[in-house]
Design a binder for this molecule. Structure first.
Ligand SMILES: [Zn+2]
Length: 289
């Protein structure tokens, strides 16, 4: 699954290449790509036609484009393999092209949704009331992400201490903090020298502030690493590791030496996924040791 930095790179690409453009034609080439739009592909295409795209928005891993003066947004689900591509008109169709959106201007490009595994798609949703950036109603429960300028650090830290949960579960809880997936959770925990099973109630405020700082740092580093790709015409998201595997300190490094102490890194099965950690720098809590 793409994580926040990858989705932000796509958002910036949409902002640069399609904001302000008016849709003239929509082709839905595969019904699964609009299955989250219950009224179906024809309705999706008809309602989108003639609408003007505003600047794309993002909350956590969710991406949407408000339609000017409609109270409606196009929500993009990238799923496992979804890509939003801005391509020259007339460029050969991709093998897994699912939706094509043409515009009424002379920019010479169109927006394509390409998705090999068709877990992703596009759908239209009403926006929640004013003041929420046109947030689609179906994601109104998603908490702000740590790169959001109005993310409330103090409220997050208080919520952590009150929850009877463990730290990695809390980081992945999208109603508490959004946009942190398995990779960046492991990276931030490694930097913070915290074991993933540490109870959240045991974190002091300075420790939770430090963790939040590391979450932001790993995401910002990833954004810098992926930052060149939105400068080109080709707007792309694919695969779990994105553009940034080389800079990882924890994720995917089983048996490789810890970049801090040299101890071989470990992998443990965790909630149908894996957790990577240094057994020396990130000591397990006593209750589960
Ligand atoms: Zn270590």
């Amino acid at each position: 699954m793409p994580e926040l930095p990858e989705v932000e790179v796509v958002r910036r690409g949409l902002e640069r290449w399609v904001a302000g453009r008016t849709v003239t034609e929509v082709e839905v080439l595969h019904p699964r790509a609009v299955r989250r739009h219950p009224a179906g592909g024809e309705d999706f295409a008809a309602r989108l036609k003639g609408q003007r795209f505003e600047v794309a928005r993002r909350r956590g891993k969710y991406l949407w484009v408000p339609l000017a003066e409609t109270g409606t947004s196009v929500l993009g689900h990238l799923g496992m393999s979804g890509q939003l591509l801005v391509q020259p008109e007339g460029a050969p169709d991709e093998k897994h092209l699912r939706i094509r959106i043409r515009f009424d201007d002379s920019a010479g490009t169109e927006l394509r949704f390409v998705d090999q595994r068709t877990f992703g798609g596009l759908s239209l949703h009403d926006q929640t009331p004013a003041g929420t950036d046109g947030l689609p109603d179906v994601i109104a429960h998603i908490a702000r992400d740590p790169l959001d300028p109005v993310f409330d650090d103090a409220a997050f830290q208080s919520a952590l201490r009150l929850r009877r949960t463990t730290i990695k579960r809390a980081l992945l809880d999208q109603s508490l903090i959004s946009g942190v997936g398995n990779i960046y959770a492991d990276e931030a925990l490694w930097r913070s020298k915290l074991h993933y099973d540490r109870p959240t109630a045991s974190l002091t405020r300075p420790r939770s502030a430090e963790l939040l700082g590391h979450v932001r740092d790993v995401m910002n580093a990833a954004l810098v690493a992926g930052g060149t790709s939105f400068d080109s015409l080709y707007v792309n998201v694919n695969g779990e590791s994105g553009y940034f595997d080389r800079s990882l300190d924890a994720y995917g490094r089983e048996d490789e030496p810890c970049h801090r102490c040299g101890t071989p890194m470990r992998r443990r099965a965790w909630m149908n996924r894996s957790s990577y950690f240094c057994p020396r720098c990130q000591r397990p809590p006593r209750t589960t040791a």
